[in-house]
Design a binder for this molecule. Structure first.
Ligand code: PHE
Length: 380
């Protein structure tokens, strides 16, 4: 009986200990990582693809013994595709959940909303896919594993001038979106430098449903192609309406086009033979890419897209930095992240430069029968 008494005492005390010290701080044998993404809203595929990729990275680490003798626990919040909600959930991750690092977002405007909170609280943040240069300029705790938009603008300009051999281009941009306005500006400058001509610039706001006025003004200027640096939900509608008013020239896009939803419905035909730049091609025979596709398909029964690959890499370089630091202490992890050099990711070799960006090649994909076909790679 005495034995039983002491045994229950031990159980009760350790239970109390666990409740008070454990749960809040991630129980001491867990490493808490936060993630924010658009799991719903008009960019839902960005959030879903990236969290799927990141979960794979976490699962793999945990299955191979964890990290620093602990298991990684991922806490993911949906920001519904809204910058204000992104701020709220990043705050919650840091203040309530006590995460030691944050992964996210895909969209630059939401990364720009969350990053200042990470910076102020000195919590490292890695965006897998935000390409606007201003994101990592927010501070020394903010990193990315993808290329930036001045490069993407060069890639698209070169492709239009050298491969398509076209010179007269119109731009249609989303003025409510930092990524779109930034990329539009970089493109305008680069395209002109390469000898191209911008014949018209029109704008819309994400969520608009009728683009006919803008498209009519563009059509009147007779461009040979239209560059649309925007997200897939809007581009889907724009492409359909462009064809309806008789625009036949190719529409050219950027990584924001990447979603299986881009070519849904009538857009499948409207976008036939169009092109966009992005981060990876699933047709790339590179074993790192093909192995990732196999693992991803086995777990989710769907194909990964650029964000899945990039979020997996974002997770992996974070874990690698923690391993090298030998701790999850945010300042030390930030210092190790900054030293990341030639990390072999599924999206290629990742080195973090002085501006906390990664220098990577881009690919151009062609839309054929609603599918994204590899066209060419453009080196940095
Ligand atoms: N680069 C885009 C942005 O900064 C996000 C994105 C990346 C979208 C990759 C699709 C694929 O907003």
């Amino acid at each position: 009986n005495m034995k039983k008494f002491f045994l229950s005492l031990v159980v009760i005390i350790s239970g109390l200990f666990f409740t008070f010290y454990g749960c809040n701080k991630g129980s001491g044998d867990e490493i808490l990582i936060g993630e924010f993404g658009s799991l719903s809203g008009s960019e839902a595929t960005f959030g879903i693809s990236s969290t799927n990729g990141l979960k794979l990275a976490v699962e793999e680490m945990n299955n191979s013994g964890g990290l620093l003798n602990k298991k990684i626990k991922l806490i993911t919040y949906d920001d519904q595709g809204k910058p204000s909600e992104a701020q709220t959930v990043v705050q919650r991750l840091i203040k309530n959940d006590n995460v030691v690092a944050v992964i996210g977002e895909v969209a630059s405007s939401r990364s720009k909303a969350g990053a200042p909170i990470c910076q102020q609280n000195k919590i490292p943040m890695i965006t897998p896919a935000s390409t606007n240069p201003e994101v990592t300029a927010i501070g020394d705790y903010i990193f990315r594993v993808c290329f930036i938009d001045p490069f993407q603008a060069t890639v698209v300009s070169k492709f239009i001038i050298n491969t398509l051999k076209l010179k007269r281009v119109a731009i249609l941009k989303d003025v409510k979106n930092a990524y779109s306005t930034g990329l539009s500006d970089f493109f305008e400058k680069e395209f002109k430098t390469m000898g191209g001509e911008i014949v018209e610039i029109q704008s819309f706001q994400a969520g608009d449903k009728d683009f006919k006025a803008q498209l009519t003004s563009i059509k009147a200027k007779n461009p040979e192609a239209i560059f649309i640096p925007a997200y897939y939900t809007d581009v889907n509608l724009i492409s359909i309406q462009a064809r309806e008013i008789g625009i036949t020239v190719p529409l050219i896009g950027s990584d924001g086009w990447e979603s299986e939803k881009l070519t849904e419905g009538k857009a499948k035909d409207a976008l036939e033979g169009c092109f966009f730049s992005t981060h990876v091609s699933t047709e790339n025979p590179d074993p790192a890419i093909q192995n990732f596709i196999t693992k991803y398909k086995a777990k989710y029964n769907s194909m990964p897209d650029a964000m899945s690959f990039l979020a997996y890499d974002a997770g992996m370089i974070l874990f690698d930095a923690m391993k090298r630091a030998g701790t999850t202490d945010p300042e030390k992890v930030k210092n190790e992240l900054a030293k990341t050099k030639d990390y072999n990711g599924v999206t290629g070799k990742i080195s973090i430069n002085e501006q906390r960006n990664a220098i990577k090649p881009a690919v151009i994909l062609e839309i054929k029968g609603g599918q994204f076909k590899y066209k060419e790679t453009v080196a940095p």
